[in-house]
Design a protein around this ligand. Sequence first.
Ligand SMILES: [Zn+2]
Ligand SMILES: [Zn+2]
Length: 130
Amino acid sequence: MVYRQTKQREEVLQIVQGVNKHMTAEEVFQEISKNNPNMGIATVYRNLNRLVEMNIIARIVDKEICYYDGNSVPHYHLHCAQCGKFQDAPVQYNKQLDTDLEKQLGIEILGHNVTFECICEECTKKTKKN
Ligand SMILES: [Zn+2]
Ligand SMILES: [Zn+2]
């Protein structure tokens, strides 16, 4: 039983860390169903939550929709205002901000989130065509 749980978690992790990171639970479920039609959505949710708890993946919440991020190392995001897609932003995480604020307030800063609103490459191409 323990083995089965670990195996399911690995399958979920592989999807989230695959080509299309930043997926909703439904998207992960749809991908899993292609190879493993026996895994229910409840199992997918449970494993996603467990992976977030274990700090292996991260969760981004946008307009009450949860996206699961295959990369749990702090980083910034690009969010497309048109199609809603999340991508990693190719800029360095500014740890200095955390340190500065920690000094200023004397409390522990766990990290910060930055999301750049954008029109993604694909959407830009689509707009140009029309
Ligand atoms: Zn887009
Ligand atoms: Zn990300």
